[in-house]
Design a protein around this ligand. Structure first.
Ligand code: OOG
Ligand code: MG
Length: 259
């Protein structure tokens, strides 16, 4: 590895804490590899944990064609969720604390048992999860205009910023998750529609892939964690006082708004 991991870790933490978008790392380091990027992601997380944060789960990103097309990056990615990212059930996001937030609807798993890859299948995920709910992820790329390449977005914890969960929890096998429809509304306007299958064919298959990827890096998905399986639609900007609402079949409604 030829890159200076500490330098880029400082760079991303300062952007987050200073609420200031910065140029993608690859503008300066065009050779940034995916391994370099995950090393920066790990170092950013380690700093956060050293300052008192706690991991509460993991996330997939760029698991739907809608997201891959919107961001111009055609490969799924993963990142980590910490306790400071959890929003109250009203989904209010203090806009002074973020840069340029966007919102996307996701199917969310809560793990009752750990998932240790490799070899995890989507059936293992359905067995290990004790409940499933809907969520809105608030992404907030630290890069100007959400402009990034695959290694850039990985280094930046895949734009993780905040998330809010719905209150309706169902058993993972209560209904076929690939057939769950979702409507995404901004204020009174219907903006996007999708089904669970938009997420790599089945959201549980995406979580299985995640368990296997992190397993390859010596990590497990732990009991008690939440896993965001990835945005089903393109993300929409979060503005002051305009509610963004996702309504899912069987899972109910979850909303977020900027304040
Ligand atoms: C990267 C994060 C993508 C998802 O669900 O697709 C993501 C981004 O779009 O900024 O979280
Ligand atoms: Mg997401």
């Amino acid at each position: 590895m030829t890159i200076d991991v500490e330098r880029w870790t400082d760079y991303l933490i300062e952007a987050t804490d200073g609420r200031r978008a910065v140029a993608p790392i690859t503008d300066t380091e065009p050779g940034l590899s995916l391994d370099d990027a995950y090393a920066i992601q790990d170092a950013v997380l380690a700093r956060r944990l050293a300052s008192g944060r706690r991991v509460v789960g993991a996330k997939l990103g760029l698991t739907s064609v809608a997201k891959q097309v919107q961001m111009g990056v055609a490969s799924p990615v993963f990142g980590w969720l910490t306790d400071d990212m959890v929003l109250a059930a009203d989904g209010c996001v203090t806009l002074d604390e973020v840069i340029h937030p966007r919102v996307e609807p996701e199917i969310v798993f809560h793990l009752g048992e750990e998932l240790a890859g490799p070899g995890i299948t989507h059936h293992d995920v359905l067995d290990a999860a004790d409940w499933v709910t809907c969520g809105l992820e608030v992404i907030d790329s630290r890069y100007e205009d959400f402009r990034f390449t695959l290694p850039d977005v990985v280094a930046d914890d895949t734009s993780a910023s905040r998330f809010v969960l719905g209150t309706n929890r169902i058993s993972p096998d209560a209904t076929p998750l690939d057939l769950l429809g979702v409507l995404l509304e901004v204020g009174p306007d219907l903006r996007e529609t999708a089904a669970g299958a938009a997420c790599l064919g089945h959201p549980a298959a995406a979580v299985a892939a995640l368990a296997n990827w992190v397993g390859g890096r010596g990590r497990t998905l732990e009991a008690g964690w939440v896993v965001l399986s990835g945005g089903l639609t393109a993300a929409v900007p979060l503005a002051a006082d305009v509610p963004v609402r996702a309504t899912f079949a069987h899972l109910g409604t979850v909303a977020a708004r900027g304040i």
